[in-house]
Design a protein around this ligand. Structure first.
Ligand SMILES: [Zn+2]
Length: 108
């Protein structure tokens, strides 16, 4: 699904129809005027989640990991491509942190 900004009424629509559901302006006729929004919504969240996920490998996996998972999955729900990577990175970071902690725990 692609998001469109209507050239006529500026309504943001997630539609596969060829016209604006708000005002009926045809997207096909004015295609060149359309701004195709590749769902940049959630970009900041995805980046923050990814940073949390990467940092969770290094420090505070039980704090930064879950934060990264939450931020990443929110961005993922918004359809941002980096949201999925952020979520997966954060999950891996949390699990890796858990294993490292168990390893350290056992070595004492
Ligand atoms: Zn419209």
């Amino acid at each position: 699904m692609v998001k469109y900004v209507c050239p006529s009424c500026s309504a943001i629509s997630e539609t596969d129809k060829s016209f604006c559901p708000e005002c009926g302006t045809s997207y096909l006729k004015k295609e060149s005027e359309n701004i195709k929004v590749e769902s940049n919504e959630g970009g900041g969240l995805a980046t923050a989640g990814l940073v949390c996920g990467i940092l969770s490998f290094l420090l505070f996996p039980f704090v930064l990991g879950p934060i990264g998972i939450v931020l990443g999955s929110v961005a993922w729900n918004k359809g941002h491509p980096r949201g999925k990577a952020a979520t997966i990175t954060s999950i891996v970071g949390t699990v890796a942190g858990l294993l490292i902690t168990i390893y350290w725990w056992n070595s004492y």
